[in-house]
Design a protein around this ligand. Structure first.
Ligand code: LLP
Length: 402
């Protein structure tokens, strides 16, 4: 959905420089078609199998994008009362909302229980006891799933792996066994199991491994099995894909032996490749280009050492050279990387950081008193602002009055 026409980068049928002129930079630019294409792809993996694709709001929670996702029939995977509320406000049906998270507070649980969402994914025995207490007090039945830590370590960046025994997520196997055999409650019904093994994964095997590890816990059939998110995307731009064939052939049938419905919670797969972050060149140095987007706008490179391709928005046929690209923030980690092959741009020219749709805007901050960027959605030939650039006044004074 992002391609060059006569040396100018387009998002769908919109020339990217036009968006930058109109809304300024840095600006996240999204392609609606790419989001829809990704959703169709996922739906085709499941076909007639009873399933729920619960989009993981943490990847990107722009309300206009969420509406597109909701209208396509997807559910919502949430991790805070804010995300549960946002999903409900936008019209996601409660029966399609799951709520995970290791540190849910009492009021967050109360809210979810009152709304009757599909499942609270419980991450510790103590949380289960608290849910039971609240359910009794409210006299409300509650559907939960146990999020179990299957102790698997798929190949991914260490900082985004979640299912090793030593990680903070999920209930350990022994406690889960104990709960399944001893936990009794008049209100809390354990309807499902949940595992999430990490992010940016390409092989189906770790999913099978996780399912097999927790399978002995299942005694009789569960209502649903939530196999988490994590389907990888090709940040390198080489067309590499998650092995959906293997997933469909081996993982899905195995889950259906354990449960009536397969739930997945993809975030990145749906949204990562739908967006670029467009930024203006401020200054050139011998080995570095300084741009107006910083780690507060897009933090994956600084947080995880993630590599996102960077390209010239306008190609002029100049010789390409290897240069680093960094932002204005006063931190040495505020660099998007070194050795990008770029036509050395003049000041004021635009660069695009690729594949920034997932964990881009949702992780943006106000570090260095910088307002968060604007967001624009392209739909064929038209485009519209879907989030205003944050006004500077909102950033500068949020304290109590003296
Ligand atoms: N379900 C659970 C329980 C999760 O913890 C996550 C992500 C997902 C689903 C969605 O995973 P996805 O399909 O997007 O890989 N900020 C990091 C990623 C952190 C992911 C946290 N959990 C990054 O930028 O790579």
């Amino acid at each position: 959905m992002f391609e060059y026409r006569d040396g100018i980068l387009y998002c769908e049928d919109v020339p990217v420089p036009e968006i930058a002129r109109k809304y300024g930079t840095p600006v996240y630019v999204y392609s609606r078609r790419e989001i829809e294409r990704r959703i169709s792809k996922l739906k085709s993996v499941f076909g007639d199998v009873p399933h729920l694709i619960a989009y993981s709001l943490k990847a990107n929670n722009n309300p206009i994008l969420l509406k597109i996702i909701k209208d396509a029939g997807l559910g919502a995977d949430t991790v805070s009362v804010g995300e549960v509320k946002l999903a409900l406000d936008l019209g996601f049906e409660p029966e399609k909302i799951v709520f995970a998270g290791v540190g849910k507070r009492r009021y967050e649980l109360e809210f979810a229980i009152e709304k009757g969402i599909k499942s609270i994914n419980v991450e510790s025995y103590e949380e289960l006891l608290l849910i039971d207490e609240i359910a009794k007090a409210l006299s409300r039945p509650v559907a939960v799933a146990l999020r179990v830590n299957p102790d698997v370590a798929p190949k991914t960046i260490d900082k985004i792996a979640t299912a090793k025994k030593t990680s903070k997520f999920g209930i350990d196997m022994e406690t889960a066994r104990h709960i399944f055999s001893n936990f009794k409650s008049g209100y809390v019904q354990i309807r499902g199991l949940h595992v999430h093994i990490g992010s940016q994964i390409f092989e189906y095997e770790p999913y099978i491994e996780a399912v097999e590890k927790v399978a002995p816990l299942v005694n009789g059939k569960l209502e649903f099995f939530d196999v988490g998110g994590g389907f990888g995307v090709d940040y390198e731009g080489d067309g590499r894909e998650f092995d959906f064939e293997g997933f469909k052939k081996y993982v899905v049938p195995r889950i259906l032996e354990l449960a009536d419905e397969v739930v997945t919670e993809p975030g990145r797969f749906i949204i990562a490749k739908s967006s670029i972050l467009v930024t203006e060149v401020l200054y050139r140095k011998p080995h570095f280009i300084i741009v107006d987007a910083g780690m507060n706008d897009f933090s994956r490179p600084a947080y995880y050492g993630a590599r996102h391709r960077i390209v010239n928005v306008t190609l002029k046929g100049r010789k390409k050279e290897a240069v680093g690209v960094g932002g204005p923030v006063c931190e040495s980690t505020d660099v998007f990387g070194k050795d990008f092959e770029l036509e050395i741009p003049d000041r004021g020219e635009l660069l695009a950081i690729m594949d920034t749709g997932a964990y881009g805007m949702s992780m943006a901050s106000n570090y260095n008193a910088r307002p968060r960027p604007a967001e624009v959605l392209c739909e064929g030939k038209s485009y519209r602002l879907i989030r205003h650039r944050e006004p500077l006044e909102d950033v500068l004074w949020r304290g109590v009055q003296e």
